[in-house]
Design a protein around this ligand. Structure first.
Ligand code: HPA
Length: 283
């Protein structure tokens, strides 16, 4: 019997084919052939989903091909189709990370699915440790650039199929200036920073934080960069925003834990959620 690899549901084997199939399922399940903006809500950002508009449909991501269930507290694993005025938003409530044992292809599957479902704008949110001493806990910071310390890329592997067969993706303007300017119309005080992505799941050592600071990083996190690379490869614009849930290791006395990250997320949810919802309304 011949093995039909195209019949796979594994994004590692056929990442673009599986994303296309998942996008088709999204259209079918939501009854919406074309979504405009996708939002991926990381730790601490879930409340934002309730502020973005009228929820038309909610489905567990595991109903869609190629999506593993998230295993991290604070990541719900649902997909909402939201009507916000004339725009249709696809909101992923939670993401999966490489530190859960997932491949780069699995980590970026939501982004690829969203782009193939029509989204030309991808909004990525996350929780991060503040490296820049001017930041304070609870603050939202726009990501202006990143340093990929994961050593991974979702583009590693065979040449992607046409029309996505460009490997050498330009990252000069990975985080759209236009979208950052639009976000600042909502909140002119929003700071911008460079996000360094560590592999995790352990938090950084103080020495690693000092290293990242010397490299020019303002924020430390464990997500986002692979998703940005995948979005740029498919030609979508990226807006990314970190919620500073703690100061990075060694900057303040005491230890860091995930509960603290979630607690700060919950405390800031109303404010940052409203901010995000308003930003998206204006994109
Ligand atoms: N480091 C990495 N990721 C994080 C942190 C941190 O300090 N806080 C929240 N996510």
């Amino acid at each position: 019997m011949e093995l039909d690899v195209k019949a796979t549901s594994d994004p590692d084997i056929d990442p673009f084919g599986v994303a296309k199939l998942a996008a088709h399922q999204v259209a079918e399940r939501t009854g919406v052939p074309h979504h405009d903006v996708a939002v991926i809500l990381g730790s601490g950002w879930l409340a934002a989903a309730d502020r973005m508009g009228d929820v038309a449909t909610e489905i567990p991501v595991t109903d869609l091909v190629g999506f593993p269930a998230p295993s991290v507290a604070g990541h719900a694993g649902a997909l909402r189709s939201i009507a916000a005025g004339p725009k249709r938003i696809l909101a992923f409530l939670g993401r999966v990370h490489m530190y859960e044992g997932h491949s780069p292809a699995a980590v970026v599957h939501a982004v690829r699915t969203a782009v193939m479902a029509g989204c030309r704008i991808i909004v990525l949110t996350n929780a991060a440790g503040g490296i820049n001493r001017e930041y304070s806990v609870g603050q939202a910071v726009l990501i202006a650039d990143h340093i990929n310390l994961t050593g991974q890329s979702p583009l590693r592997g065979p040449t992607p199929p046409a029309p996505f067969d460009v490997r050498f993706v330009d990252m000069t303007t990975a985080y759209s200036r236009r979208l950052r300017d639009a976000a600042r119309l909502v909140d002119p005080s929003l700071a911008e920073g460079v996000y360094a992505s560590f592999p995790g799941p352990q938090f950084e050592t103080p020495a690693e934080v000092r290293m990242a600071a010397q490299l020019g990083a303002d924020l430390a996190g464990m997500s986002t960069v692979l998703e940005t690379i995948a979005a740029r490869h498919l030609g979508a614009e990226v807006l990314a925003c970190s919620l500073v849930t703690n100061m990075a290791a060694g900057l303040e006395p005491g230890e860091i834990n995930h509960e603290e990250v979630l607690t700060v997320g919950r405390q800031s949810a109303e404010h940052v959620g409203g901010l995000l919802a308003e930003m998206i309304g204006r994109l």
